[in-house]
Design a protein. Structure first.
Length: 332
C-alpha cells in the first residue's frame, strides 16, 4: 500500500509541476539567499508550538499523560515511522505509555482516538477553505476532490458517533468494517474487528466527551500554526502581501492538506498543489520564491520533527528507571 501511495504521489507531483511550468533554480537560490540568520529561530519556535498542539489529543484522551509526555510520545512515533515500517511507531507509543503507568488498553484506545480525530480534521480542512473562499469573494472553481474529502470526514465522524452511542451499534459497525477489510485481505477475522470495536468503545468512553472537542480545537490550532510557518517562509524569501496575501496562503494549504495522507506528509504532492495555487494567485513572478519557501517549509515541518524525535526518545529513555539485572547474572 505504501508503494502504491508513493507511486501515486510521484505521478501527481509531476503532473502539477508541469502545469505550473519550468522552475528557474537560480532564482530559487537567490530567494533562499534572502533568509536572515534570525529567521530559522522564529520558524523553530512556531514548529515547536505546532508539534505540541498536534500531540495534545493524547493528553485529552489518555489520563495520566501530560502535554509534555504527549509531545514526547508523538515525536518518538514520528521518528519510528521514518526508521521502520508499521507498527513500530505504535509499539514505541505503547512502550512509553506502559513506562508511565498507563495500561496498554487505555494507551491504544487513546492512540486510535487521536488518529480518528486527526483524520476528521485532515479531510474536513477543505470545508474551511470553502468558507474562506466565500468570505473573501474568491471563485471556488471545480473542486470535486475537495468535496469527496469533506464527505470522508463526515463519514468518519458519523461512524464514531454511532460506535460511541451503543455496544450493539459498535458491534454492527465493527462487523461491517471487518467484512469489508476481508475482501482486501483474506486473513482478516471480522469477529476480531467486532471485539476490537467494542473494546475501543469501553476504553475511550471515560475521556471522549470532554476530550473530543478539545482535541478538535488543538488540531485546528496545529493547522493554523502550519499555515503560519508557510506564511513566514514566503515572507522571508521575498513574497509580500501585495503578491500573495494570507487568505491565498491559507486557501492553498487547506485544499492541499488532505493529500498529507501520502507518505512523508504528502511531500511532493502537497507542495506541488500549493505551488500551483500560489502561482495562480500571485502570477509567474512568485514561482521561484514560492519554491524556495516550500523547501524551507518542508525542512522545518518534516525534517525538524524527525530530529526532535531523536531528542524525544533520548529524553524518554533517560527518564525510564533501569531494570535490575536478573539474579545469578554478572552485571559486568
Amino acid at each position: 500500500m505504501r508503494c502504491v501511495l508513493l507511486g501515486a504521489a510521484l505521478i501527481i507531483t509531476v503532473v502539477v509541476v508541469r502545469l505550473v511550468g519550468r522552475i528557474d533554480w537560480s532564482a530559487v537560490w537567490d530567494a533562499l539567499s534572502m533568509l536572515s540568520w534570525w529567521q530559522p529561530f522564529v520558524l523553530f519556535a512556531v514548529v515547536i508550538l505546532r508539534q505540541v498542539l498536534n500531540a495534545l489529543p493524547l493528553k485529552f484522551y489518555i489520563r495520566g499523560v501530560s502535554a509534555y509526555r504527549a509531545t514526547i510520545n508523538d515525536l518518538g512515533a514520528i521518528l519510528m515511522s521514518v526508521l521502520a515500517p508499521p507498527p513500530s511507531d505504535l509499539a514505541l507509543r505503547v512502550a512509553m505509555f506502559t513506562s508511565w503507568g498507563v495500561s496498554t488498553a487505555k494507551g491504544l484506545a487513546g492512540t486510535v482516538m487521536n488518529t480518528v480525530t486527526f483524520y476528521i480534521v485532515r479531510f474536513s480542512a477543505p470545508a474551511v477553505g470553502f468558507l474562506l473562499l466565500l468570505a473573501t469573494g474568491r471563485p471556488s472553481g471545480l473542486r470535486r476532490i475537495e468535496l469527496v474529502s469533506i464527505l470522508v470526514a463526515v463519514t468518519i465522524l458519523v461512524a464514531l458517533i454511532l460506535i460511541l452511542r451503543s455496544e450493539a451499534t459498535a458491534r454492527s459497525i465493527g462487523g461491517w468494517a471487518g467484512r469489508l477489510a476481508r475482501r482486501v485481505r483474506k486473513d482478516v477475522d471480522p469477529q476480531a474487528w467486532v471485539e476490537a470495536c467494542v473494546t475501543f468503545r469501553v476504553d475511550i468512553s471515560a475521556t471522549v466527551r470532554r476530550g473530543f472537542p478539545r482535541s478538535l480545537l488543538a488540531l485546528v490550532g496545529m493547522l493554523a500554526a502550519d499555515v503560519l510557518v508557510l506564511l513566514l517562509c514566503l515572507r522571508f524569501v521575498g513574497i509580500y502581501p501585495s503578491q500573495v496575501d494570507l487568505a491565498d496562503v491559507a486557501i492553498a494549504y487547506l485544499f492541499a492538506y488532505p493529500f498529507t495522507l501520502f507518505p512523508f506528509s504528502g511531500m511532493g504532492v502537497v507542495d506541488a498543489l500549493i505551488l500551483a495555487a500560489l502561482v495562480e494567485s500571485g502570477g509567474a513572478d512568485v514561482e521561484a520564491a514560492a519554491v524556495a519557501a516550500l523547501l524551507v517549509w518542508r525542512v522545518f515541518t518534516v525534517g525538524l520533527p524527525i530530529l526532535l524525535g531523536v531528542v524525544a526518545v533520548g529524553l524518554w529513555r533517560r527518564s525510564v528507571p533501569a531494570r535490575p539485572a536478573p539474579a545469578g547474572t554478572d552485571a559486568t
